[in-house]
Ligand binder design. Sequence first.
Ligand SMILES: [Zn+2]
Length: 42
Amino acid sequence: MKKYRCKVCGQMVEVNEGENCPICGAAFSELEPVDDNEDKNK
Ligand SMILES: [Zn+2]
């Protein structure tokens, strides 16, 4: 799974490629990949 930000509902979601937003059901094309480089747990 990869992190995406949904352009429709604005939420961060983790989905497999090709899946819809689990929150609002937007198509995968509405999801933007998010870089994991901002990991604050380190
Ligand atoms: Zn959404």
